[in-house]
Design a protein around this ligand. Sequence first.
Ligand code: HEC
Ligand code: HEC
Length: 303
Amino acid sequence: MSDFTSNFWSIYVSAITVVSILACALLLWFSGKAKAMTASDNTTGHVWDGDLREMNNPLPRWWVWLFVITIVFGFVYLALYPGLGTYGGKLGWTSSGQHKDEVAKGDAAVAPLYAKFSAMKVEDVSRDPQAKAIGERLFMNNCSQCHGSDAHGGKGFPNLTDADWLHGGTPEKIKETLTLGRMGNMPPMAAAVGTADDVKNVANYVLSLSKAPHDSVRAELGKSKFAACAACHGNDGKGNQALGAPNLTDDIWLHGFGENAILAMVNSGKINQMPAQADKLTEAQIHVLASYVWGLSNNAVAK
Ligand code: HEC
Ligand code: HEC
């Protein structure tokens, strides 16, 4: 109701509500007073099936009282709870307030548990079965839609269970990734490389870095063109985690494998975003989640 700029609808709705309840009371009172036209034997004169007669008896007492109680209840309810236009009710109850209270209660119940984990090192939390279960649930709810329920990722979404990291796999770096998010940005590079042929050559050179099938003549020709890439991917093509530039020598491909996938990267570039979680998850939740993610690639043997 507060979305309206004038009071009109508030008053309109309140008036309809109050008038309706009063009309019910009036109807009750009237039906108690009014005399129906009855025959001398207290029937209305309506007859069905030969001998079924409609009697004109007053409403049963208990029914009348139920009606009265309902009307009183309606007024009491409207006085205590929101229901009359913008009037908030004496108790000040709101559904969002109730939700907030329940969330706060839930948070308070798990706070000691999170406090215990927050005081522990990521490495230790990652081996705690209870923390692992919590981390897994947090992951399912917040991360699996992009990284997959098994965290193996997919095209454009990194696998979090291997030792290959775009932005770094230390506990601190993973926490930073979760808290602030990450932006992978490779600009279109074709113009800097040269002709379309040069681009094809450099793509074959990139393939040669991971010993993937490639045209070795083109790779040789493309080697010098890789200078345009070295600023981010390094002279040796091993990448740079400070820039989120992937290692091109490990045969792990975020954006697809093969000449065409590499040509697409060089020609079009790519902006890839990991959304920040700081406004969605608490620091303690991020700590548990980072431990879970760290454990995926570091605790494999301990499973
Ligand atoms: C909307 C999709 C999306 C969601 C949701 C998402 N991520 Fe990501 N995440 C990405 C993308 C895309 C990247 C790669 C960013 C890049 O290319 O630099 C990424 C990168 C990462 C990285 C860095 C990997 C590396 O190699 O350095 C980690 C760790 C990570 N995500 C963990 C998580 C966790 C934990 C969650 C759940 C809180 C999550 N992500 C939720 C899309 C998502
Ligand atoms: C300004 C920095 C920068 C330059 C210059 C750059 N790249 Fe990249 N490159 C990146 C980043 C960052 C990514 C990761 C994008 C992402 O997060 O999804 C990337 C991704 C790639 C990928 C995809 C890797 C995969 O795992 O799928 C290929 C291939 C690639 N670059 C090749 C090149 C080549 C070839 C050049 C030179 C012609 C080049 N890059 C120049 C920053 C750069």
